[in-house]
Design a protein around this ligand. Sequence first.
Ligand SMILES: *[C@@H]1O[C@H](CO)[C@@H](O)[C@H](O)[C@H]1NC(C)=O
Ligand SMILES: *[C@@H]1O[C@H](CO)[C@@H](O)[C@H](O)[C@H]1NC(C)=O
Ligand SMILES: *[C@@H]1O[C@H](CO)[C@@H](O)[C@H](O)[C@H]1NC(C)=O
Ligand SMILES: *[C@@H]1O[C@H](CO)[C@@H](O)[C@H](O)[C@H]1NC(C)=O
Ligand SMILES: *[C@@H]1O[C@H](CO)[C@@H](O)[C@H](O)[C@H]1NC(C)=O
Ligand SMILES: *[C@@H]1O[C@H](CO)[C@@H](O)[C@H](O)[C@H]1NC(C)=O
Ligand SMILES: *[C@@H]1O[C@H](CO)[C@@H](O)[C@H](O)[C@H]1NC(C)=O
Ligand SMILES: *[C@@H]1O[C@H](CO)[C@@H](O)[C@H](O)[C@H]1NC(C)=O
Ligand SMILES: *[C@@H]1O[C@H](CO)[C@@H](O)[C@H](O)[C@H]1NC(C)=O
Length: 803
Amino acid sequence: MDTPSFFLLLIFLLQVLCPYCSSRTSDYLIKGSFLSVEKPSDVLVSANDDFSAGFFCVGENAFVFAVWFTKSSSPTTVWMANRDQPVNGKASRLSLLESGNLVLSDAGRATVWTSATATPSSVQLELLDTGNLVLRTSNIAVCLWQSFDSPTDTLLPQQFLTENAGLISSKSRSNHSSGYYKLYFDNDNILRLLYKSPNLSSVYWPEPWLLPWDVGRTSYNISKMAVLNSTGHFKSSDNLRFQAADCEEGPKRRLTLDPDGNIRLYSLEESEKTWVVTWQAISDPCRIHGICGANSLCNYDHILGRTCSCLQGYKIKNPNDWSGGCEPEVKISCNSSGQFHFSKLANVEFFGYDKKYFGNSTLQDCEEQCLKMCDNCKGFRFKFSNKTSAYACYCKSFLLNGHHKPSFDGDMYLKPPKPYSFTNKKSGRESLILDCRGELHVALNRTYQKPHEKKSLKFFLWLAIAVGGVELTCGFLSWCFLFWARKDPDIAAQGYSTYAGSRKFTYAELNKATRGFREEIGKGAGGVVYKGILSDHRVAAIKRLNKAGQGEAEFLVEVSFIGRLNHMNLIEMWGYCAEGRHRLLVYEYMERGSLADNLCSAAAALNWEKRFEIALGTAKGLAYLHEECLEWIMHCDIKPQNILLDSNYRAKVADFGLSKLLSRGNLNNITFSRIRGTRGYMAPEWVHKLGIPSKVDVYSYGIVVLEMVTGRGQTNILGANINGGMIEYEGVAAWVRDKVSKASLERKSDNSWIEEIVDPMMMAGKYDLARIEVLVRVALQCVEEDKEERPTMSQVVEILCAV
Ligand SMILES: *[C@@H]1O[C@H](CO)[C@@H](O)[C@H](O)[C@H]1NC(C)=O
Ligand SMILES: *[C@@H]1O[C@H](CO)[C@@H](O)[C@H](O)[C@H]1NC(C)=O
Ligand SMILES: *[C@@H]1O[C@H](CO)[C@@H](O)[C@H](O)[C@H]1NC(C)=O
Ligand SMILES: *[C@@H]1O[C@H](CO)[C@@H](O)[C@H](O)[C@H]1NC(C)=O
Ligand SMILES: *[C@@H]1O[C@H](CO)[C@@H](O)[C@H](O)[C@H]1NC(C)=O
Ligand SMILES: *[C@@H]1O[C@H](CO)[C@@H](O)[C@H](O)[C@H]1NC(C)=O
Ligand SMILES: *[C@@H]1O[C@H](CO)[C@@H](O)[C@H](O)[C@H]1NC(C)=O
Ligand SMILES: *[C@@H]1O[C@H](CO)[C@@H](O)[C@H](O)[C@H]1NC(C)=O
Ligand SMILES: *[C@@H]1O[C@H](CO)[C@@H](O)[C@H](O)[C@H]1NC(C)=O
């Protein structure tokens, strides 16, 4: 190789490797440069430090280019370039081309998003203090493109909401792709909220049956423009006005169309770094359309939040997708009309879908008309109108958007698809509560394929090394990699520590806190737990995970997720450590140890009241895990060892969220239960390979409660000391069930069977037979062989709270 071509090669190498060697110092991007998904430090930061723009992780190996708030405890995205098309975690980049076009490319090849700009002059991409990402010419500030023109689900102060730029919600809290809710200016110039799914489209705000005038809006201003100012005043051209509860200069604000279909104005509480709601459009969440799907009713209460239940005679279509609604239990043909019984529901509204209207009619007429309409009438609303002073009936072709509404006049009459007597089931609970707010976390299927460009790079590298200039190249490369290797983890750590809600500890810190991992206080599926004292004198339980193979980025995503779960009956995570191969989690320390320790020791006898509170607390913790909006989690390993007690004997569930950390499998894939789960507490469907997520925890919970009441652990029962034979499953459950059925056979009217089963240690103190009976019956329901018969955790909470 001659000299000129060698220098050409060197220049080529410098160009290729340069982005890795020099850390970017400027906070804007110029022509010919790019941000790489692989370098967490590749972010643009606004001058006031409030916002960052860069690649944001939204799933397994899935990233979007986003702008987010850096000052909240977990980063809050306010804009996304490619929310519906996340890119690969390797080789994807956002480049500002020489042509002036801003291009987001996936794994180096396909273009996923572009700003569609072009200019011969020099331009720069910059993040302003307002959170606006702008592409503008360097000398005179001519704006070519700005993120404020294409909002996603959030409007920031000073950003205009216009005819062409409405807000679209995210699919869910964990899935950032476009959801079904939309805030937009309609053709009549009114700002509205719309639910639009593949099958349905309906406006629900402002109330669709009211005229704009009645809700203080005007349709005569055609400018179609709305804006929020920094003091929290919102003003729209249709005359809609509102203000934040804390309207003053100061807090950071955002107006977001949340995944549940409500618009909320948030303020950032600086000290706590959390968002507080200072205004919302709709106070009754059940009024939002599209929540529960067809043939179901939406319920809201302050403890359980929003739940859905199927109407009588209907069953859930897809337990993992609430919007699918319910379907008839039995398909019945229209001509078997004699079998229908209309059932009345008072103060329940099903919005829309009035197929026919009959003015002056009696209840009997209505029923006949509805029957005649066959499948086109699922029920009707029967209402007295004082205008005509007669009853009118509205036959409904679909039962959608159902919810209780005390002020709703008229009654609904439903035509159940099944004879009434059949649906009247034993338990008195005809409707099954959907795991309404749950959602399976689906990992994106994105396998990374090496782009060819890498191969050619390797080839050139070898060529360069083989041909002369070996020393120079080697020297240069080793210096470069040394610099890079020394620098990168640090930058990565800084970049990511803001991602997780909890504190990052160094390995050395934790090593010191535990005095070299000396005092072991427990051992679980994931690893060993040590007691430690942190530098701020707090006592902590430090779990060292066995499986250290997981990548740091993925680990941090999971940890930040666990860190966001806050409930008084869940153990609190204070921080984590991810250094090299070490993966550790730092939790609060529980003085009284685990429930298992307390049940075994005679000295620390738990009295009846404590046991009941522990059962209730555990149920609350699990209900939160299963049904809170955050994300769908199952525990998979409920047992007395994983229920910890604080100094007041309050129960806190531990070890949750680890099923994701330890095994990143599909939640429906049963094989990983071999790692989780503990024999004796595992639901039969694990064994029979019919996994239905949350009901598995319900089973384990039932077993734990029975053990608590009877004082018999699995070890006592599984041995030969009960019936002489080995009882693989249902040890304690079968024993209790046997006692109960014997008692009912002998028609014992009193509760003497309870005295036979309760833990003798509990007999010492006072106990309440009626409450024990409720607890035992609930527990027995939880361990039903058939998972459909088991209640959900929130139903358990409801029952236990009621006694
Ligand atoms: C839409 O409606 C069709 C026919 O009614 C149904 O088969 C499909 O499952 C529905 N899709 C959704 C998402 O509800
Ligand atoms: C925001 O709007 C309100 C009402 O129009 C006004 O009183 C207030 O001064 C505005 N604040 C700022 C910072 O412009
Ligand atoms: C229409 O609304 C805009 C924005 O709120 C306002 O500036 C303008 O004065 C309004 N026009 C009329 C005719 O009211
Ligand atoms: C009425 O139902 C019977 C079965 O019960 C069926 O054979 C018949 O075709 C139905 N008639 C009509 C008109 O749908
Ligand atoms: C309603 O129907 C009844 C019986 O057919 C009739 O007597 C009455 O006048 C009707 N009322 C009105 C308002 O049409
Ligand atoms: C209908 O009756 C209600 C209560 O009896 C009354 O408040 C309302 O004004 C009446 N409406 C009309 C249109 O007469
Ligand atoms: C998010 O939702 C979309 C649309 O339903 C789906 O295609 C995508 O796979 C989901 N992404 C994740 C990470 O669950
Ligand atoms: C995931 O991608 C791989 C390779 O592209 C493909 O073979 C597999 O079928 C995909 N799986 C799903 C669930 O789409
Ligand atoms: C479940 O996971 C295991 C191991 O991760 C895999 O071999 C198996 O194919 C998966 N089964 C299904 C049904 O996805």
